[in-house]
Design a protein around this ligand. Structure first.
Ligand code: NAD
Length: 504
């Protein structure tokens, strides 16, 4: 694996340097506020392991303040005309686009990802998502129906449903796509007339704070968007269990999601959970491995495999298994590791030292259980939180390599003799987030797409999402849907009206 050339790094914009140097605070009621908790946290550059900024850790009292601000802002925002909500969201999208390079660099420096991914997904994807959701603000509709109840006598009853904003939203997001996932929640909630308290991951808090400032500059009223940085325990759990929120939207691990679902039920808080995945990729013998290789690599290693929907279990038809594996291994070995700001680097560091240790431990446990390492499986000797891209072979469907979400650049390949065997193995998992099927046989593809247990199935592709298409998990990968109409339904509550109409 080749080293990056430091002189090839793209220069950091002065605005990014200025933002990193600030003493960051919380964002409550449209302004920067000190935390009552009095604890600061360093923010690291994963490509060097060096401190690049610091933020404040909120505590329970700060969560109270943020939730109170969101509650004060809610009645006014909910009554704001839909066209005005649309206008403000479009303005926000324009401002995010204008600051796109700064936001992309900030995300790359903090999260570690490639600048190309930061520009394409965190920035362009977010701009498109906000514009898409802005359009929904004026198109949220109920229904009308002719009812059959014969009461009161002589009346014909008209039934009408209204879709009303669910209220104050508590949004908790992870570190893999810090800006994009925050935007999915924020834009959907705001389009529906909800207000929001957002908690970014403690590892990647910077772009959420930048986004909050943009909402003020775009003209959103104070309190509509609040950001509380801090830990899962002191902020996330307090926010999830807060009696002042009406809806919890969480993206993160299944273990935490299950706990938060239980907490939300105590208050009957509505909730959406976007959780983990161990996603299968089925490759049949009628494809040309060389031709589909870029798609397989992207589906597995995009964002260093730190993608909930990334493929990590490959079921490859035995007839093309050796050839596909040989080409995969060669392509993986040719990936050059380097920082996200090096546009030529093929794979970037993981987000945190803690997460890299988790990935390394998981691979060690897979090996101890019998998984064979084809390539990778080690921590490279260099600064930063790098992990060598890893290809394992393991045949036991219930092994750790096939069952545990590793959430890193680690994939396991297994030979299969038929599509049915692949589907059976694909479904042998507690997760059901995403899957892909690679074949030129349309009927096989559509049959497998129906039988595979997953919220999203790609055919001859793996990873891209669109704002208009619902996204979410089955089984232990989650509860509810984001994107598209699915998101609108999650941030609104249906109210039924019954109106007797008399003939005279
Ligand atoms: P995580 O569950 O550890 O943390 C996610 C967020 O929850 C963070 O903001 C964290 O501070 C907070 N949190 C942690 N413990 C908490 C608690 N007890 N109470 C309340 N909040 C708490 O997950 P992570 O490591 O940040 O992210 C990786 C996980 O997220 C993976 O499992 C991945 O599959 C999943 N993920 C899912 C999707 C999806 O859409 N399905 C998208 C991205 C990531």
């Amino acid at each position: 694996m080749s080293e990056h050339n430091a002189s090839a790094l793209i220069p950091v914009l002065p605005r990014v340097g200025e933002f990193l140097a600030r003493r960051h605070l919380l964002w409550i009621d449209g302004e920067h506020v000190e935390s009552k908790f009095d604890r600061r946290r360093n923010v690291f550059d994963p490509s060097t392991g060096k401190v690049i900024s610091s933020v404040t850790d909120a505590g329970p009292e700060d969560v109270d303040r943020a939730v109170a601000a969101a509650n004060r802002a809610f009645p006014g925002w909910a009554r704001c005309r839909p066209a005005e909500r649309e206008r403000l969201l479009l303005k926000l999208a324009d401002m995010l686009e204008a600051d796109g390079e700064a936001l992309a660099q900030l995300e790359t420096l903090n999260q570690g990802k490639s600048i190309h991914a930061a520009r394409a997904i965190e920035v362009r994807g977010s701009v498109e998502y906000i514009r898409y959701m802005a359009g929904w603000a004026t198109k949220i509709e109920g229904t009308s129906s002719d009812l059959s109840i014969p009461i009161p006598e002589g009346a014909r009853n008209l039934g009408v449903t209204l879709r009303e904003p669910v209220g104050v939203v508590g949004a908790i997001v992870p570190w893999n796509f810090p800006l994009a996932i925050a935007v999915w929640k924020l834009a959907s909630a705001l389009a529906c007339g909800c207000t929001l308290v957002l908690k970014p991951s403690e590892d990647t808090p910077l772009t959420a704070l930048y986004l909050a400032e943009l909402t003020r500059a775009a003209g959103f009223p104070p309190g509509v968007v609040n950001v509380v940085t801090g830990t899962g325990i002191d902020v996330g759990a307090v926010l999830a269990g807060h009696a002042g929120i009406d809806k919890l939207t969480f993206t993160g691990s299944t273990a935490v999601g299950q706990e938060l679902g239980r907490i939300a039920l105590t208050n009957m808080t509505r909730f959406t959970l976007e959780l983990g995945g161990k996603n299968p990729m089925i490759v049949m013998n009628d494809v040309d491995p060389e031709r589909i290789l870029p798609g397989l690599m992207g589906g597995c290693f995009f964002n260093q495999g730190q993608v909930c929907a990334a493929a990590s279990r490959l079921y490859i038809h035995r007839e093309i298994f050796d050839k596909t594996l040989e080409q995969l291994a060669a392509t993986i070995q040719a990936l050059s590791l380097g920082p996200g700001l090096d546009p030529a680097a093929g794979l970037q560091p993981l987000t945190s030292e803690r997460h890299r240790a988790r990935v390394a431990d998981a691979v060690a446990a897979c090996r101890a259980e019998g998984a064979k390492v084809v390539t990778g499986g080690n921590v490279p000797e260099r600064d930063g939180y790098y992990y060598a891209p890893t290809l394992l072979i393991d045949q036991a469907p219930t092994s750790r390599a096939m069952q545990q979400e590793i959430f890193g650049p680690v994939i396991t390949a297994v030979p299969v003799d038929s599509l049915d065997e692949a589907i059976e193995m694909a479904n042998c998992s507690r997760y059901g987030l995403a899957a892909s099927i690679w074949t030129n046989d349309l009927n096989s593809a559509l049959r497998a797409a129906r039988l595979v247990e997953a919220g999203t199935v790609w055919i001859n592709s793996h990873i891209p999402l669109d704002p208009s298409l619902p996204f979410g998990g089955t089984k232990q990968s989650g509860y509810g849907r984001e994107h598209g109409r699915g998101a609108i339904e999650q941030y609104t509550e249906v109210k039924s009206l019954i109106i007797p109409v008399f003939d005279r």
